[in-house]
Design a protein around this ligand. Structure first.
Ligand code: HEM
Ligand code: HEM
Length: 174
């Protein structure tokens, strides 16, 4: 694996990180616009109730995982060969990391937004219907969380396998 090939695989991390910061900061700005702020406050944001899912959960994870974590992961994969003198153990795991974390964090964001808005609207119209809606939240958020966890695990495995590889890893899985 040449350095150029690794860099080509890392480019998508930077692109999605930049896009996620855009989504996260548009979200952050919208949630301080007075009428939206008033509605979020009325549904419990930031401390509890449906509002908690929109502000801060959806906002924080889009910025921190979509923006910061993807950037940190690509930076780690860029720096590891420089610090260790070894090739990244597996470029396939680099791609797995990207897709599992990205699908995980975007589904996490969409689930928080859908349930936050749905249950927020119900809170003002028919609060007795909230438990019926909320029963889908647990399974949905568990699946998206597990998806992210697979990506974080692939990341840790690749970092450890690269650091502990005995040689320059020319014949290792790529
Ligand atoms: C235009 C940019 C942004 C705006 C206008 C904005 C606005 C906000 C607002 C209004 C809150 C909720 C405060 C509350 O209700 O208690 C918040 C929370 C938060 N924001 Fe942002 N934000 C922006 C960008 C970012 C970025 C770039 C990051 C991370 C890299 C970030 C991370 C967070 C986190 C982690 C919280 C939750 C804090 C807590 O746990 O209480 N925000 N933001
Ligand atoms: C698999 C990965 C992750 C999952 C499933 C996850 C899930 C959650 C959940 C469910 C909460 C809400 C807890 C509650 O309100 O009771 C939370 C809070 C939070 N998480 Fe994560 N998280 C993950 C990774 C991360 C990472 C990597 C960061 C930072 C880089 C982060 C930053 C935060 C912050 C700042 C809060 C507090 C937000 C607030 O309520 O003010 N999370 N997370």
């Amino acid at each position: 694996m040449s350095t150029d090939i690794l860099h080509r695989h890392l480019l998508k991390f930077l692109l999605l990180s930049a896009f996620s910061f855009f989504v996260g900061t548009v979200h952050g700005t919208l949630q301080v616009v007075p009428p939206i702020r008033a509605w979020l406050d009325s549904i419990g944001s930031p401390y509890g109730g449906p509002g908690h899912m929109i502000d801060p959960l959806a906002h924080a994870h889009m910025n921190l995982i979509g923006g910061v974590v993807l950037l940190v992961m690509s930076t780690t994969f860029f720096l590891l060969p420089i610090f260790t003198g070894k090739k990244i153990y597996s470029i396939k795991l680099v791609d797995h990391t990207f897709w599992w974390v990205s699908v995980g964090v975007y589904s996490f964001y969409i689930i928080q937004m859908v349930f936050g808005i749905w249950e927020g609207l119900l809170l003002h119209s028919s609060p007795q219907d909230i438990p019926a809606a909320h029963r889908f939240y647990g399974p949905a958020i568990a699946i998206s969380s597990f998806t992210m966890l697979v990506g974080f695990s692939a990341y840790l495995a690749n970092v450890l396998l690269t650091v502990t590889a005995s040689s320059n890893n020319k014949s290792g899985p790529q």
